[in-house]
Write a protein that binds this ligand. Structure first.
Ligand SMILES: [Zn+2]
Length: 369
């Protein structure tokens, strides 16, 4: 069974959409059979149907869909029928949502709707596999997470061993690391997280989903998952070694990504703790878990530094009589941006005395706030 994730815009899926007694339901330029024989009839309630349309309009994610790739470049919909029919019928003007039909949307709203990308897994396999799939995807009751799905594709002794470590409550990985990461082992969130890290460490590249699958395919026939387990223990030991003083915020840090990049570098745990305490008391720092990331890679963006309030900006604007502090020209309030006279990294804080207004061009030249 071969499975690939594709992003397909609604415009393509709805192209050539037809619905009839004899011809069935077709889309994707006639290549997609939206209601193959094994599929249920359209059973969405109006409110479920409307929620699908609202999700697309708001650019909220829909669950992944599954299409089976058949010989001759034809597709059958394995899962996603009801959402797809809702979307296509809406475009055809069959119903309105919030009293608006598709035809009465503005040109740009229509365009945005049609550009919305559906996440579709293309599945290639024989009849038997197709049926197994259908059973897993539709009848299991609960939706599969992406990692649960990957587990069904790469079974073997390696995966069995990995799951015995990473996929149990109070299993070895959960006991070791539940203070340092979020997630539910049973829903494969630990396994997914460690594979996300390990695949990168092992040199696989690409989007996370691709990277994890390449890595799983590479490991599939190994007799055990010892290397993965050892790697995971190293990540956690590294964290404990450089930050021995535990804080709850540590749960939110994506530790493996930092381990992969910085595990060869020397860190001074005492010095890091000293700097952590100072940053934790700094009122301009609004992301406590970001302090860890900042201490490792030095990027201020992790700290989510406080910006000036509208009131502080107004006060500075009035004080300057609308004159840009750099180029000396006059600007309207809305055309100016607040700037720290002394930057945060040099000890300047987000206080009224340290605020000046610059025109956009001067602020860009100075490099942000
Ligand atoms: Zn200026």
């Amino acid at each position: 069974m071969k499975i690939e994730l594709h992003e397909i815009p609604i415009s393509q899926v709805a192209e050539g959409y037809t619905e009839s007694e004899e011809g069935g339901v077709k889309g994707y330029g006639g290549l997609l059979d939206i209601r193959p024989p094994f599929q249920r009839e359209f059973i969405y309630s109006d409110s479920q149907r409307d929620d699908v349309i609202r999700s697309v309009k708001n650019d909220f994610p829909l669950n992944v869909m599954y299409w089976v790739v058949n010989d001759g470049g034809m597709y059958e919909m394995l899962d996603g029928q009801q959402r797809t029919i809702s979307i296509c019928r809406y475009i055809q003007g069959v119903f309105s949502v919030d009293r608006m039909k598709f035809g009465s949307l503005t040109a740009s709203e229509k365009e945005r709707f049609l550009d919305y990308k559906l996440m579709v897994y293309f599945c290639e396999g024989d009849e038997r596999e197709k049926w197994d799939w259908f059973n897993i995807v539709n009848i299991a009751g609960e939706r599969l997470t992406p990692q649960e799905l990957r587990n069904t594709v790469y079974p073997g002794p390696w995966l069995t061993h990995a799951k015995s470590i990473f996929s149990k409550r109070n299993g070895p990985a959960h006991n070791l690391a539940s203070d340092y990461m979020k997630g539910e082992p049973i829903r494969q969130e630990y396994l997914e997280r460690v594979l996300e890290w390990y695949s990168e460490y092992a040199g696989f590249t690409g989007k996370t989903d691709d990277r994890i699958r390449y890595c799983m395919s590479d490991c599939q026939h190994k007799s055990d998952a010892g290397a993965l387990w050892l790697y995971f223990q190293n990540v956690i030991s590294w964290v404990r070694c450089i930050f021995p003083n535990y804080r709850g915020e540590m749960k939110s840090v994506n530790w493996g990504a930092y381990y992969n990049m910085y595990h060869d570098r020397e860190f001074d745990a005492v010095e890091l703790e000293r700097r952590y305490s100072i940053l934790a008391e700094d009122e301009d720092v609004t992301s406590p878990s970001g302090i860890y990331e900042y201490l490792i890679d030095g990027n201020e963006k992790h700290l989510n530094l406080r910006s000036f309030s509208k009131r502080q900006k107004r006060a500075a604007y009035e004080r300057q009589n609308g004159i840009c502090a750099h180029c000396g020209k006059h600007f309207e309030f809305d055309d100016m941006e607040a700037d720290h006279i002394t930057p945060w990294r040099d000890g300047g804080r987000t206080t009224p005395e340290n605020c000046q207004m610059l025109c956009r061009t001067c602020n860009r030249k100075k490099g942000g706030s």
